[in-house]
Design a protein around this ligand. Structure first.
Ligand SMILES: C[S@@+](CC[C@H](N)C(=O)[O-])C[C@H]1O[C@@H](n2cnc3c(N)ncnc32)[C@H](O)[C@@H]1O
Length: 273
């Protein structure tokens, strides 16, 4: 494959090395199509790593990939297996919190988990099966749920997150399965009671415009719980809730409720498969 070497070099950065080659290739192609379409036609630049085009593509695709995935990993992300070993039981909240603090999204949500799951349960009365899309480390918040999940499916583009979630499920005998998938291509998702899409859709839209519409129509779930950040990564800038008006248009045919916690705005949508 012509792009093999380019992908290998892009993935040399530690925070990006768990992304699948196919996913990185997809991001390279989107970047080239939008920013440097001529490089798609004449591919000689791919044979010379010192070439200025090669170096520009490496730099900018890495930047885009960090926005999609790498930026969420906090310092010490590699310690998660050690921390998992130290968790004694599903009631060990402190042990779970140490891991949840390693990913920006779960770290920011940590103090609100009980409130969030309580609010979700006011609208959703059955969570026998749950599908968590773009899960990150969110499955580690199971102890904060005041409902018992029968089967927990988690989908992530990052292979190391998927391995880790499966190790967690195994350690505590949780009926669940995590799998690697690029959600810009929607197919074969399990049918469930509830589907979480926490802080995912802005990222997916940046990869493929209008993918949300397809995703919402294809996900087979009775309820969707979708969230958006109301503060930028790290909490510095306020992001207006009006920015979700594009999403409201997509779900206008369904009944839905909203609620808000510190940095996050939630939609609970009654979809009925
Ligand atoms: C902002 S984080 C949110 C993580 C988690 N949902 C939470 O809120 O705690 C977005 C997650 O989506 C994942 N992601 C990004 N693009 C994806 C794609 N195309 N397919 C599947 N997952 C993706 C990233 O790896 C990242 O873990």
């Amino acid at each position: 494959m012509e792009y093999c070497n380019l992908i290998k070099i892009i993935k040399q950065k530690k925070e990006l090395n768990s992304l699948s080659d196919e996913f990185v290739l997809g991001i390279i192609k989107i970047y080239l199509k939008n920013e440097m379409p001529k490089l798609l036609e004449n591919q000689e630049w791919l044979n010379n790593t010192k070439n200025k085009y090669f170096r520009t593509v490496v730099k900018n695709v890495r930047k885009n990939l960090r926005e999609v995935h790498g930026a969420f990993k906090k310092k010490g992300y590699d310690k998660k297996y050690k921390l998992l070993d130290e968790i004694k039981s599903l009631n060990d909240f402190e042990g779970h919190a140490k891991i949840l603090k390693l990913h920006t999204s779960t770290a920011e949500r940590l103090k609100n988990y009980i409130e969030i799951y309580g609010k979700i349960l006011e609208k959703v009365y059955k969570v026998e099966s749950l599908l968590d899309l773009g899960a990150g480390l969110n499955p580690l918040s199971i102890p904060f749920m005041d409902f018992k999940v029968g089967t927990y499916y988690a989908v992530e583009v990052a292979e190391d997150d998927v391995e880790f979630i499966n190790a967690y499920f195994k350690k505590f005998n949780i009926k669940g399965h995590a799998f690697v998938k690029d959600l810009t291509y929607v197919d074969n998702l399990p049918e469930v009671d509830v589907c979480f899409m926490f802080k995912l859709l802005d990222t997916l839209e940046s990869l493929k415009k209008d993918v949300t519409k397809e995703l919402i129509s294809k996900v087979k779930a009775k309820w969707l719980v979708v969230s958006f950040a109301t503060k930028s990564l790290g909490g510095r800038k306020v992001i207006s809730k009006k920015r979700t008006s594009w999403f409201k248009k997509i779900i206008k045919a369904y009944e839905y409720d909203t609620f808000e916690v510190d940095n996050e705005y939630f939609f609970v949508v009654r979809k009925d498969l």
